[in-house]
Every structure is written in structure tokens, then in C-alpha cells.
Design a protein around this ligand. Sequence first.
Ligand SMILES: Nc1nc2c(ncn2[C@@H]2O[C@H](COP(=O)(O)OP(=O)(O)OP(=O)(O)O)[C@@H](O)[C@H]2O)c(=O)[nH]1
Ligand SMILES: Nc1ncnc2c1ncn2[C@@H]1O[C@H](COP(=O)(O)OP(=O)(O)OP(=O)(O)O)[C@@H](O)[C@H]1O
Ligand SMILES: [Ca+2]
Ligand SMILES: [Ca+2]
Length: 573
Amino acid sequence: MATAAAAATVPAGGRPYRRARPRCGPPRLHRLRLSAATAAAASSSPLAPSTSAPPPEGGGRLVAELVGAFNELTERMDEELATSSSSRLLFRALKLAFPALRYGDGGRALARALAVATSLADLQMDAEVISAGVLREALDARAVSMRDVKAQIGISTAHLLHESLRLKHAPSKLDILDDESASALRKFCLTYYDIRAVILELALKLDMMRHLDELPKYLQQIKSLEVMKIYAPLAHAVGAGNLSLELEDLSFRYLFPHSYDHIDQWLRSQESECKALINLYKEQLLQALRADDELKRIVQDISIQGRYKSRFSTMKKLVKDGRKPEEVKDILGLRVILEPRCDGDSSDWGPRACHRTHEIIQALWKEAPGTTKDYITRPKENGYQSLHVAIDVSEPGKMRPLMEIQIRTREMDRFAVGGEASHSLYKGGLTDPVEAKRLKTIMLAAAELAALRLRDLPDSNRGVGNCKNPAFCQLDKNGDGRISIEELTEVMEDLGAGGEDATELMRLLDANSDGSLSSDEFDSFQRQIELMRSLEDNDDHYRKILKEKLHMIDSAGLLHVYRKELGDKLLVG
Ligand SMILES: Nc1nc2c(ncn2[C@@H]2O[C@H](COP(=O)(O)OP(=O)(O)OP(=O)(O)O)[C@@H](O)[C@H]2O)c(=O)[nH]1
Ligand SMILES: Nc1ncnc2c1ncn2[C@@H]1O[C@H](COP(=O)(O)OP(=O)(O)OP(=O)(O)O)[C@@H](O)[C@H]1O
Ligand SMILES: [Ca+2]
Ligand SMILES: [Ca+2]
């Protein structure tokens, strides 16, 4: 029977780049992000004695934040990249950045450094790049020196930071950013700089764009132009698709505020309904494809991806040939990817499976006349293969944009994503296939080198296999399975807090009063940290809802809407 895996669909708000990783075996408790409800339940378990203690203050709170950030980042990292050497490196970087960035501006610098690190972890970068992301803000604020980084973190992270600083100044070497010089500059960046430094710089640009309101207006436009012409296409070229889309949308917003508002209002007005529809159609289609006898015979795997079109991409469609928003046929998009079986006479099973999928779609929904393009029977000149249809998802009295469905085999998809018909060539600003191939080779080589440096030594008795809880292992320096007061004091001192804070934290967490923290006691502490973080997340979420409502309605109806929204969310939560 054909197995079907539904790939991630519309990005969830707030954490756009997080990639769902399949987990094998039992979940690792320390890495679970507990909901407030489960965390509260866990805290009443007899195995979790210390969660009833009040949240730690002072230096204890610092350790809690450090451990929380460390867990969040390692959870997002690719499992293969999260070796114990990587964990150690990341923990050291966080320890260096925390005291340097936490004070001064109410912790905003630290929050931004962690957001950059999060983007890098979501892009599946290694610990060296993520550490550089954490430290770059501290370096810019002169709270940490390159000498500190070299001595405490390592030469590779220092090198990355050095390269990203060089890259930062590259655009200012040009007087005008016309298409030609922008293209030359993009090539220059990709040829002459460590590719991981380019990716670090992209994550920093995203952070800058998310806070552009804080800069003077003239700078907002200069920065946006740079991003639009250089960094968004660069992001596309290195395969950071979602990052590229967000960079484009943000710079579009600052460069053309009126056009942006227009498109934003139209897309936003139907966004949640359309995203729900994408998920619904995806599920229906998956079920129908899985149930089909012919597909069961010739296909071993089916996946479907969905996306809602970005603001900037929609704008380009409108400008290209002057069509109206409702005439854009790919505002809602699904992509079916089929993996044909390899046995028997399977040479034409791929195209057959795609055409069979088309027939099933025609039986399910209404196809918009004249929209089908069969690039499988007749591939495009660049070799691109896929079958495209658009279906009408309107209902009586409810007009909606069309939904485009692309159908292709896994092999065709690989070619469309990374081959000579690659998306970065199709619209990413790179025009030379040889250049794209070389870029891919450089990226792979950089990843291999990093992996080599960050691998665990075979005789290491603190390898991942032995360390069920990486945060605990970072604190348990001598590896005896307990965190002693000396070990706790050491981390406190690294964070700039005193020995009294360590004693205080130990008193709070040491449930059986034996003078040290067992892994169970530390697990309880981590559950408490998760609880604190989830409360902060919810607060942030409610604040956003409120802001939107305040913006949209007059004061007479505010309370009603606020109560309803809050009530709904609380019920769901
Ligand atoms: N990677 C890649 N994707 C492509 C290529 N050509 C088309 N596509 C994808 O297929 C979609 C639809 O392409 P077409 O069916 O040719 O439609 P179109 O002529 O662009 O029509 P409009 O979307 O209405 O402008 C595009 O939006 C891309 O997502 C290609 O050469 N490479
Ligand atoms: N129908 C679809 N289903 C799922 N993903 C899609 C679909 N169409 C495009 N994508 C993906 O969505 C991302 C954003 O693409 P975007 O909508 O900006 O451009 P496009 O549709 O590929 O090209 P164009 O703007 O020329 O139509 C890309 O990763 C692209 O591969
Ligand atoms: Ca110990
Ligand atoms: Ca104890």
C-alpha cells in the first residue's frame, strides 16, 4: 500500500522557519516544549518535587534563561548536527553572550541575538554558525571582543564572524545599486566569502528588517533596497526560500508602502480562511490518492506541500501583465510529489502516476478551463517537468482565488528545486546553471568541514548516546551524573553572578537536600523553565491579538471582541 507523508504546509505564524523533524524512539523529555497545562500537571507529580518552588531570581533566573535558550536552539537543530561537541560550543557561546547582552536595554539585544540564532538553527546551520549568530550582536555592541571569541569559543567561529563583518561592508562599496552591479555583487559574495558567513549575514539582515521601524526613514529605504536587490536573491540562491520570501516582503513594505498596504489588505482579508482551505484540500487529496488502486500499485510514497503566496510575489504577478488580483491563479498552491515504485516494468510509472493524480483531481473538483499545463509530456526548454492545474474553490455566494496544483515525481521535484530548472535560477537572480552548481558544491563542502570539526571523538564518554539531557551535561562538568554546588557556582560566575546566587538556586532546586542536583531534580527545573517560557509566548500572542483588534475596531466593540478572542484562545490552550 502506498504510504503517504504530508509535508509541512503553511508556516505557522511567529516561527516561520521551524522544520518539523521526524522523531524516532521515545521523545526526549528535556526537549519537549510543554504546554502550560501539561507542565502544570507534571509539576504536581511526585517525580517533580521542586516545581512547587517559586521561580528563581537573580543569578538563578540567568541560569534558567540560559538553559531555556540552549534547549530551544538544540531542539531546533538538525539531530545529526547536535553532537555533544556542538552542544558544548553552543553553551559556551551563550554563556559568553548572556552577561554581555542581557543588561542595558532591557534585554532587547539578547532577544535579538537569540532570534538570529533561532533563524540559523531553523536553516539547519551547524553550531559554529549558530554561535557566531549569538555573538555578532555582542561584538557589534563591543561587549565582547574578537580576542574573547577566539580564546573562549574557537578560531572557526571567530573566522565566521570576521567574514560576516567583511560581508556587511560590501554593499557600501557601490555607489548605485542598478541591476547589473547588484548582480555582480551577489556573485562576488557567493564566490569570495565563506558561504556560511553569507547565511549568517542573511539571518542578521532578517533581524534588521524585522526592526527597521527603529531606524530613520532614509536608512529604512537604503537598507530595504539593499535587501531587495542583494540579500533576498542571495537567500534564494542558497536555498533559504522562506527567509528570502520574508526579506522580500519586508523590503517591499518599506520601499512601496502604498502598494504593499493594498496587497497586504487583500491577502490578509482571506488569509486564515485560505490557509485552512489549503490544509483541508491537502488532506482530502491525500486520502483520495491513497485510496486509489492504480496509485497503490505504482507509487510507494505520496507527499503534498501547501503554500499561500507572499505579498511581494503576488505584487510581481500583478505588475508583470497588469492582471487583477483575482486573476492570479496561484494565490493558493498545492504541490503533489509522487515516488514511483522501483520494481517491475516501472520506466513510465512516474508520468503515469502524475496523470492518474490529475484524473483524480478532475473527479474531485472543478478545473478552471484553459489552465492546465502539461510540462511532463512536453518539458520546458530548461528541462523543468511538472503538471499544473488550477481548480475553482469558490462556493455559492463566496468568490475565492483559484488554487494551483502542481503534480510531479520526486525526481522531477529534485530537478525543479536544485537542478538546472532550479527555483533559484527560475526566480532567484542567478542566471548561470554552472554558477548554481558550483554554489551547491561549496555549500556541501562547508557543511562537511564543519561536521568534521564538530564530530564527537569515538572515545568520548560524553557522546550524545550517553547524554540524555545536553543542558544537564553542560553543567555536570566532571560527568559524575550530579551537578555540584561548585559546578553551579562556576556557571554563575561565568554569567557574572555571585556564589550566593548559586547557593540560593541550589536551595530551591535540591528537593532531597543532598547538596547536589540529580538529573530528575534538573528535569523539574527545566519543566519550570518551559512553563515560564510558554506563559511568555502566550502573553506575546495575546498582545498581538489585542494590537490587531485595537487597530481594527472602535472602542465600543473592543471589549466584546477582546473577550471572545481571549476566551477562544484560552479554551484552545
Ligand atoms: N523551478 C521551476 N519552477 C517553475 C518553472 N516554470 C514554472 N515553474 C513553477 O510553475 C508555476 C506555474 O508556471 P506556469 O504553469 O508556466 O504558469 P505561468 O505561465 O508562469 O503562468 P502564471 O503563473 O499565470 O504567470 C510557477 O509559478 C512556478 O512555481 C521552472 O522553470 N523552474
Ligand atoms: N502550487 C504550489 N504548491 C506548493 N508550493 C509552491 C507552489 N507554487 C510555488 N510554490 C513554492 O512556494 C515558494 C514561493 O514561490 P512563489 O509563489 O514566490 O513563486 P512561484 O509561484 O514559484 O513563481 P511565480 O511567482 O513565477 O508564479 C517556492 O518555494 C515555490 O517552490
Ligand atoms: Ca558533577
Ligand atoms: Ca539533590
